[in-house]
Ligand binder design. Structure first.
Ligand code: SF4
Length: 112
């Protein structure tokens, strides 16, 4: 069991190391959501962060999804940008793309 815990902690910090610089760049992105392409779940970064368009499709058997809880979606994540109610919105982790409001990825953090 300790090995799983160590794996989860390591995975979390690895994904955080990828996510933070991308988020910084995204804050400077002023493009309108309507002009941005949808994030492809098969994009390498999206895959690494387990992004899915629908949180119901999260692979909960994957240790990287250990923090997932029902009710977590892009719409209530601290990284979401754009307008409340839009089905597709910019995200601080994936600059230049929009993510599904109903989606999820492994760096989800609750909105303050
Ligand atoms: S869960 Fe948060 S960080 Fe991940 S894609 Fe959705 S809005 Fe972005």
């Amino acid at each position: 069991m300790m090995a799983d815990k160590n794996f989860s902690r390591r995975t979390f910090f690895q994904t955080l190391a990828v996510a933070l610089p991308a988020g910084t760049v995204a804050l400077q992105n002023t493009a309108q959501a309507a002009d941005l392409p949808q994030l492809d779940p098969s994009d390498p970064t999206a895959k690494a962060l387990m992004y899915v368009h629908d949180a119901a499709d999260v692979d909960t058997a994957n240790p990287a999804a250990a923090r997932f809880e029902v009710g977590q979606t892009c719409d209530n994540c601290a990284q979401i940008q754009g307008n409340d109610g839009d089905a597709w919105r910019p995200c601080g982790i994936f600059p230049g793309k929009v993510v599904a409001a109903a989606g999820w990825c492994s760096v989800w953090v609750a909105k303050a």
